[in-house]
Design a protein around this ligand. Structure first.
Ligand code: SF4
Length: 307
């Protein structure tokens, strides 16, 4: 990173026909596997110095941005959780409101809890049904205090999703990253908590890792034998859609498919790619037509891509 660059003024990132916008930059959640801390962001989050009016101008003038219901997908929260703990929600809610006026489909993701009044306020912002989707991410109910201790608990995250579903806003859980030897052992817990909180759709996402993350997990005794074996043998590099400039290896794990099958048997719709779940819930086409170029075999053939 160029030291003169102001990382607290961040224009949207664009990748595979998705625009990633971040009202808040930096994140206090300290998830072990997070990439933002490699880019100068810290646990001290700040509001993006980009004003929402300038963001709207930038988007509407971008050569690849298409406005409207069938236009570009906007994802909120790539470079910092949009709803930090004990922090006013006004800026993020204002951004969501102004972005809703563009009529584009919007995905919001957070690991923090929102009170029901804020959820109700956000739920009234869409200008048509299913314009907004609210997601959270959970890898473990048992080990979350070792992987993402400074976020709100998985139970609070699911409570927030439950509030959104009460207001008829689509929700989903990103089981991302799926941690082989940890997440799979908690399958019954996932099913039970999903049922309690009205979660019907999820993504089971492979773990994008690099050596630094592996070392951190090892120090915390989280590196299971299955992960070690993969780390030693798998040298494939893949790109995260929200951070396409860097390569990561992936942990998949032999039990991932078994885990997915059990979720499905319990009437949970399972995806393996977050853009797929966004497109399906927001009733839009997959922005990058993953099924045509799918080296990781992530298409679950949901039928949303017509050709
Ligand atoms: S058809 Fe495949 S690539 Fe298209 S949205 Fe569904 S799962 Fe994703």
């Amino acid at each position: 990173m160029d030291k003169t660059e102001n990382i607290y003024f961040r224009l949207p990132d664009f990748s595979q026909n998705r625009f990633f916008v971040s009202p808040i930059l930096g994140c206090e959640a300290r998830c072990l596997f997070c990439y933002i801390y490699n880019h100068g962001y810290t646990t001290k989050y700040r509001e993006n110095e980009l004003r929402i009016s300038d963001l709207i101008n930038w988007l509407t003038n971008h050569e690849h941005f298409t406005k409207g219901k069938h236009g570009s997908l906007i994802s909120i929260g790539a470079w910092g959780d949009p709803f930090p703990k004990n922090y006013p929600t006004a800026t993020t809610v204002d951004w969501i409101e102004k972005l809703c006026e563009l009529e584009n489909p919007i995905q919001v993701i957070s690991r923090f809890k929102l009170d029901i009044d804020t959820v109700e306020k956000i739920s009234k912002l869409p200008v048509y049904k299913n314009q907004i989707l609210f997601s959270t991410s959970i890898s473990s109910f048992e080990k979350w205090q070792e992987t993402d201790n400074f976020a709100d608990s998985p139970f609070d995250r699911l409570q927030t999703l439950n509030y959104f579903s009460q207001f008829d806003i689509p929700t989903n859980v990103m089981i991302k990253p799926y941690l082989p030897g940890i997440t799979d052992l908690e399958i019954d817990r996932f099913i039970e908590e999903f049922e309690k909180n009205n979660v019907k759709v999820c993504v089971v996402g492979v773990f994008y890792w690099e050596d630094k993350i592996v070392k951190l997990m090892d120090r915390k005794h989280l590196l299971t034998n299955e992960m070690k074996a993969i780390a030693e043998n798998d040298k494939m590099r893949h790109q995260l859609v929200c951070n396409p400039n860097e390569g990561y290896n992936t942990f998949d794990g032999k039990n991932l498919d078994v885990f997915c099958e059990k979720l499905k048997r319990n009437n949970i719709v399972v995806f393996k790619n977050s853009t797929c779940v966004n497109a399906w819930l927001l009733e839009i086409e997959h922005p990058s037509k993953l099924h045509k170029n799918d080296p990781l075999n992530l298409c679950v053939k949901c039928g949303n891509c017509k050709n």
